[in-house]
Design a protein around this ligand. Structure first.
Ligand code: THU
Length: 128
């Protein structure tokens, strides 16, 4: 069955700006109102300023006023499904400690995880 969040992640992946790694990633996050916010990776010639698809999707959503999230889909063209990097896990934890993380590839293979399992013993504002 067609999942609009998966479709959105696959679609935005095509906009990836990845001239250095040639590794294209798309992400789509659904907020508590059912709105979908998308992001792709945007690389930079300094490398370190590269933004991952997941973080861009989260930051776009935050800037649109969303504060609660249900699910994020991460789309990449790998047989072993591509998980969010450590930095993106921290950002996801910060804004959505209970979020479902769905990984998908171009063949439609999926896997679902919880961010608390991907980032055990996370540091957050509760320690401050
Ligand atoms: N990348 C993402 O956008 N998300 C991930 O989950 C893994 C890595 C990007 C960063 C960089 O542009 C390229 O993929 C290779 O690391």
């Amino acid at each position: 069955m067609r999942d609009p969040l998966i479709e959105a992640a696959l679609e935005v992946r095509r906009n990836a700006h990845a001239p250095f790694s040639h590794f294209q990633v798309g992400a789509a996050i659904e907020d508590a109102d059912g709105r979908i916010h998308t992001g792709c990776n945007v690389e930079n010639s300094t490398y370190g300023l590269t933004l991952c698809a997941e973080r861009l999707a989260v930051f776009k959503a935050i800037s649109e006023g969303a504060r609660q999230f249900r699910r994020i889909v991460v789309a990449a063209d790998t047989e072993t499904l591509t998980p969010p990097c450590g930095a993106c896990r921290q950002i996801l934890w910060e804004f959505a400690a209970d979020i479902e993380v769905v990984l998908v590839n171009l063949t439609g293979k999926t896997e679902t995880h919880r961010i608390k399992d991907l980032l055990p013993r996370a540091f957050d504002a509760s320690f401050l």
